[in-house]
Design a protein. Sequence first.
Lengths: 230, 230
Amino acid sequence: MSTAHGARARARIEVTAAIKDEARRQLAAEGAARLSLRAVARELGMVSSALYRYFPSRDDLLTALIIDAYDSLGESAEAAHEEAAGPYERWITVCAAVRRWALDHPHEYALIYGSPVPGYTAPDATVPPAARVGLLLIGIARDAHQGGGLARPVLPADLRPEAERMTADLAPDLPPEVVTALVASWAQLYGLVGFELFGQFHRVVEDRERFFRHAVGQLARGVGLAPESA
Amino acid sequence: MSTAHGARARARIEVTAAIKDEARRQLAAEGAARLSLRAVARELGMVSSALYRYFPSRDDLLTALIIDAYDSLGESAEAAHEEAAGPYERWITVCAAVRRWALDHPHEYALIYGSPVPGYTAPDATVPPAARVGLLLIGIARDAHQGGGLARPVLPADLRPEAERMTADLAPDLPPEVVTALVASWAQLYGLVGFELFGQFHRVVEDRERFFRHAVGQLARGVGLAPESA
DNA sequence: TGTACATCAGTGAACGCGCGTTCACTGATGTAC
DNA sequence: TGTACATCAGTGAACGCGCGTTCACTGATGTAC
């Protein structure tokens, strides 16, 4: 067992971080499909086989980058959450933080929300970091609900069983109407971000910031949040 | 100039189609990043250099596949449009057709709506086919508007200039409130489809068809369409 | 209708490249006594 | 505190692979007269 205090242990942590940093740099420059162990090693002045002391395979390096990306996005969103007061404002602020992070880290965004990397399947360890933004949105709705400031969206009868199942899984203390709307809004948020990021808004939407804020404001209303709710 | 009737001309059309079919098959099996000219040629019993008689480069083959994918999706959506009566029903049906096509052609969907292929930029020829679904949604709103069955969504004052610009570009005969909501819904539709397709709904949404129909029904309402409108 | 020439699909070899991973090794750092 | 041994980061060569693209060529199909 290596102690956490030895120079060897410290070096290992540093080199691991350097590998991930360089990999992230290449990800940002070229995208996940072009991420290559050999190129990372080359840039770090190491021989490619040396990376195998740190990551058993290219896929494990990818997994580490995916987890870091979810965590980085999650942290941005959580920090934004602290800065706003009131559920509606928080909703907008968190959505705007997701968009901002995506624009600042396009390839990392593509890595986690774009097309799956061929031949790669994400292990279970990616699930908790992937849930952070969703949990934040649920938390906002919960605050509004407890404050009594949450309207109840419509829910067709044929969707009620599924809505109740999702509610039991995700937020048993919220009405099923709200949980259903939350899940839909969550997906729709990433539709807005993805379209802007991947170029579908090219020559269509120009004032994208304002457009986005309006659109996510409408999403908030769909969940039952109104601008005035405390 | 080759006549359209010669055996040579006919053969050229057939071989071009065979190349695209095989490329599509590999796309479906492996994804765009793994699409290889050599593999396509191999599978067709040709030598790889022979493909250069048909496509000047790998990127040109990709472009052809992208255009075909947009057209295939567009045709599915347009066919669905014909089958339903009334704007609200048409909206739901067209959205459901987009989802169906995506589930049936996941890698083609990823090719056109997923992360951009690294090192590839789509030429202008892809723009018109890419617009087909959007135009269809605009057409549905137009029908409802002319029939007088379209409510007017809210539009914040600070977004009005952008809304009017988009309206002039996309559908000058519709109210800016509606056009803005249409563009947002259009992006959000692909958020719903993408999340389902790329696995984000795994262990979250189970009755996906019903969930989707409800969510796009809500999108329709956001545009001003109601179930009863003729 | 027959012949001479032009067109062009497909061949096969080659160029130059980069990739992930394995393996036996060296030598420095850390550990136990 | 000093010595003997174990650990492990990093090396360098190699394996086996696939890729896009170019080029000079053969031979069949099509065209003009």
